[in-house]
Structures are given as structure tokens and as C-alpha cells.
Design a protein around this ligand. Structure first.
Ligand code: FMN
Ligand code: SF4
Length: 409
């Protein structure tokens, strides 16, 4: 089968100051391959394999702009000490013909004292049962400092050779915790009206855009179309937020949804394999708690190909600037359909966890090409405790995991 004649998938795209060789981007998907908040050879090898596999741009996932914003020890903390090691990674990505991006963010209440080096912080204080942890509200002076940290992160990313940064403003992390009425109960200038809830995001974007203009960096912003539960952000309000993001002149908005501390499977769709998740945990009481209450806390959301497309089209109609589609792209036909609907770039995570050279295969095989990913989400369950890996690349999985993966819908 031939790909659709008007396919733009393998045409170059100018993303701000960088030109991508095609319209594909490896979405930020936490590799869990860092060591004490620093990059490793394993992280380099994974991204080089994706770059070699034909991607337009690959994204190193979720680097924190501050120590307080780290969720995991195997996560990156973007600081001057790791710039040389990151530069080795971007050099290697570039020599395979791909561009390099890094997602920057702050996890807010999704951490523990030990990882964050302090009590977890958020827009408002309380208890986050998903971490689980007690959280305190940020002081105004800290909010100003954290916004500046986003700007510093862009400068460091450029020093390390990245072509683009992706600001994580969705999925219930810190910027999203300010935006969402579910997590923001402040009574000062950062809470209440939408205008106030957007203030922290605006401060971060101001710093990011200044640093990006000064250093020649492309900027994407990952944004929630909706949080995915009653009391969270819904599409009409989210469109207003997206318009505000556009006003900063960003190079693209990545449209996603879901909230890690309330509706995590809205992001990825499918079911979380709880047995697998707990198999890799070493904290006995957490293991026990998740086995007892996991299915209730992490409800399944059915997967289907291009699952965000209808919602994303509402944003396409309302917005003028470049938009990046993410969510359930598993075939050449799906990627073409999304691009033909008016999106400028397509992002993929699991298709590339499963097969780093899926892009090259789409180019070679054309319209009939499909990913071998089955969306049982072993990679996600595993990533919380050890590295991100596809079950199809793990030959010696225990029987209990194999049985669970067979059972999942
Ligand atoms: C293992 C894994 C880790 C992820 N980690 C992140 C992350 O760090 N930041 C983020 O914005 N999204 C993360 N995601 C979500 C993906 O970026 C993407 O939005 C989602 O998986 C839908 O794309 P897909 O259907 O192509 O997998 C992760 C997804 C997976 C599978
Ligand atoms: S582990 Fe499962 S969901 Fe993840 S990439 Fe592999 S097949 Fe896809």
C-alpha cells in the first residue's frame, strides 16, 4: 500500500530556529535511566537509537529545573554540572541527523522529602495520597525564584546543545497544579480566577521566552486540554489558557490531558498493570497499599488509536499557531491522518519505546505500517522502579507479569 499522496510526514519542518528533517518527534517519556539526577550512557544509547531510527527530533524526558521539583532519583536535574554529559548526548543525536529537545518542569506535589531535599511544595498545601506525602504551599518569594529557574534551565539546555525545550505545563505537575482549581486553593494573586491561576505559568513563560530569544532555542509547551475529572480544568477554560500560551509566541503547543495525581491513565490510556507495578517496588508498605487500592486509584481508560484527535481538533479550530499532536499514534495511517487534519508535528512515545526505528519503518513500508505496541503499559509500570523498557524486549519476565499482561484489556 502507498501512503496518502498528500502526506507531509516526511517533509522538513521549521520549528523556530531549527529545521527538523520530518514531522516526527519522540515525545517526552520518562526513561528512568539517570543516575543521581545525571545522564548515563544508557540514556545516551536510547536516544541515539531513536535518532538513528529516523525521528525528526527526540526529547529527553522531564528534567527538573530545581532540586525541589524532582520526583525520582533516576531523573535529570538540569544544573551546570551535567551540561558536558548532556552535550555528549546532543552531539550524538545530531550526528544521526535528528534534532534534540529536553522537557523541563517541576513536579510540585509529586515527590517525597528524600528526593526533593525538602518538604514537597505545590500551589496549595495538603496531602497528596498518590506520592503519598504532606505538601506545603509555596511562598510568593519561592514562586518568583522557581519561575526564574525555568529561564535558567533554557540557558543550560542551549549550552548543552539542545535545539528545543518543552515546558511541561500539563499532567498535574507544578504549572498545572497552579492552573487547576483542583490543586490551587490560594486566596492571593496566584489563586481564584483563571487570570490569577495562570500567573505562575505566565511568569515561567516570560523567563523561558527571554532566555530562548537570547540563545536561539525553539520552545514547545505541553498543555492539558482537560484534567480528566470533575473539578479539574475542562476544554473551554483550557482553550483560554492555550490562547495565553500562544500570545508568548511559542513555536508549538503539545496537546495532552490527564493528571498524574488523579487521572493518570487519561494521559496514556489503557490499564495500569498493578501486579507488574508492585512487582518492582521495594517498599513493602507501598507495595501492599498499591495492591489493595491501586485499581481504584488508577482507573483504566480505554485505548484507541489517535485517542485525543477529536478533542485536539477543537483546539485546532480555536487557535492559530502551530500545534503538536500526541496520543495513540501507532500507524503510518494515523500519523498521516493527524497531519492532514492541520497539526504541524506528531509526537509518539510508546511506538518508539517498542521500536526505536518505527519512523524509518513507516517511511519504508508506507501506508500499511503499524506499531507492534499492544498498549498493555508494562513500560510505564516498570519505569516507576527501574528503567523504561518494553516487555517485548524483556525475555525473562516472571510468570505473574506475563499472566497479567495477557489478561489486561
Ligand atoms: C514510559 C512513559 C513515560 C512517560 N513519561 C512522560 C514524561 O516524563 N513527561 C510527559 O510529558 N509525558 C510522559 N509520558 C506521556 C507521553 O509523553 C505521551 O504523552 C503518551 O504516552 C501518549 O503518547 P503515545 O500514545 O504515543 O504513547 C510518558 C509515557 C510513557 C509511555
Ligand atoms: S511495554 Fe507494552 S505498552 Fe510499553 S511499549 Fe511495549 S508493548 Fe507498548
Amino acid at each position: 500500500m502507498e501512503p496518502s499522496e498528500n502526506s507531509i510526514l516526511f517533509t522538513p519542518y521549521k520549528l523556530g530556529p531549527v529545521t527538523l528533517r520530518n514531522r516526527t518527534v519522540r515525545s517526552a517519556a520518562f526513561e528512568s535511566m539517570g543516575d543521581r539526577y545525571s545522564p548515563t550512557q544508557q540514556l545516551r544509547d536510547y536516544h541515539v537509537s531513536v535518532a538513528r531510527g529516523g525521528i525528526g527530533m527526540t526529547t529527553l524526558a522531564y528534567a527538573s529545573v530545581a532540586r525541589s521539583g524532582l520526583s525520582f532519583e533516576r531523573q535529570l536535574w538540569l544544573r551546570p554540572e551535567i551540561v558536558p554529559a548532556l552535550h555528549e548526548i546532543t552531539d550524538a543525536i545530531h550526528s544521526e541527523g535528528a534534532a534534540a529537545s529536553i522537557q523541563i518542569g517541576h513536579c510540585g506535589n509529586m515527590t517525597h522529602w528524600r528526593t526533593a531535599g525538602q518538604m514537597p511544595v505545590s500551589a496549595s498545601g495538603g496531602i497528596n495520597i498518590y506520592s503519598p506525602t504532606v505538601v506545603r504551599a509555596l511562598r510568593e518569594s519561592e514562586i518568583v525564584e522557581l519561575a526564574k529557574a525555568f529561564g535558567r534551565a533554557v540557558r543550560l539546555a542551549r549550552e548543552a546543545g539542545f535545539d528545543c525545550v518543552e515546558v511541561h505545563a500539563g499532567h498535574g505537575y507544578l504549572i498545572s497544579q497552579f492552573l487547576s482549581p483542583y490543586t490551587n486553593h490560594r486566596r492571593d494573586a496566584y489563586g481564584g480566577s483563571l487570570e490569577n491561576r495562570m500567573r505562575f505559568m505566565r511568569m515561567c513563560l516570560q523567563e523561558v521566552m527571554e532566555a530562548a530569544a537570547a540563545t536561539g532555542c525553539a520552545v514547545l509547551v505541553k498543555h492539558n486540554m482537560y484534567d480528566g475529572f470533575r473539578g479539574g480544568i475542562e476544554i473551554p477554560e483550557s482553550i483560554e489558557i492555550a490562547r495565553e500560551i500562544e500570545r508568548f509566541g511559542v513555536d508549538g503547543i503539545v496537546l495532552s490531558a490527564g493528571f498524574v495525581s488523579r487521572a493518570p491513565m487519561q494521559v496514556m490510556r489503557g490499564a495500569m498493570p498493578i501486579r507488574t507495578l508492585t512487582h518492582y517496588m521495594d517498599c513493602w508498605w507501598l507495595k501492599w497499599g498499591v495492591r489493595m487500592f491501586g485499581r481504584m486509584m488508577i482507573p483504566s481508560v480505554p485505548f484507541r488509536e489517535c485517542y485525543f484527535l477529536e478533542d485536539a481538533l477543537r483546539f485546532r479550530e480555536a487557535l492559530k499557531g502551530p500545534l503538536v499532536y500526541v496520543g495513540g499514534i501507532v500507524s503510518r495511517e494515523g500519523a498521516d491522518r493527524v497531519l492532514n487534519s492541520g497539526f504541524q508535528l506528531v509526537q509518539m512515545a510508546r511506538a518508539l519505546v517498542n521500536e526505536p526505528d518505527f519512523v524509518e519503518r513507516m517511511r519504508r513500508e508506507g501506508a500499511g505500517c503499524r506499531s507492534h505496541c499492544n498498549h498493555r503499559n508494562y513500560c510505564i509500570a516498570r519505569m516507576y522502579s527501574i528503567d523504561m523498557k518494553c516487555c517485548q524486549h524483556c525475555p525473562d519476565l516472571p510468570k505473574s507479569i506475563l499472566q497479567e499482561l495477557e489478561k489486561e484489556p
